[in-house]
Structure formats: C-alpha cells, structure tokens
Design a protein around this ligand. Structure first.
Ligand SMILES: [Zn+2]
Length: 75
C-alpha cells in the first residue's frame, strides 16, 4: 500500500484503496468513546473498509436560550 497515495486520496475524501469518489462510500454508525469518534466506511467499488477517527472536541448546546453555548474539551 502506497501511504502517500492513500493520504492524498483521503485528503480528497476519496477511498484510500481505489480512489473512488466519496459519494460512492457507505458511512456506518458513529461511535464516541468521549475522546475520539470512530466511523467505519465501506467502499462499494473495491469492497474494502477503513475507519475514520475524529477528536471529540466540542459540544454546542443549540437549545440553550439566547445564543449558542459551546463547551470545549481541549481547555
Ligand atoms: Zn475503494
């Protein structure tokens, strides 16, 4: 696996294996362990799988009266 090529494809939000457009990818459910958020992605074209990992950074209380209330976890 060419890591540089995979990274370039992922920057374009495409499949890291075959490079197909992200619109073809099937995104699974989100799992949140309080620090990171994991989402399994299946490629319909090459039938391979990868997991996107995000940092759990902030919650926005959109129902807080008045303005948006943001709680950051990096503070
Ligand atoms: Zn693929």
């Amino acid at each position: 696996m060419d890591k540089a090529l995979a990274k370039e494809r992922l920057r374009g939000r495409n499949c890291p294996y075959c490079g197909v457009d992200r619109k073809i990818l099937a995104y699974g459910n989100i799992e949140n362990d309080g620090k990171e958020v994991f989402q399994v992605v299946d490629c319909i074209v090459c039938e391979k799988q990868f997991t996107e990992v995000y940092s759990f950074r902030r919650v926005i209380l959109t129902d807080y009266p008045g303005e948006d209330f943001r709680i950051d976890f990096n503070d």
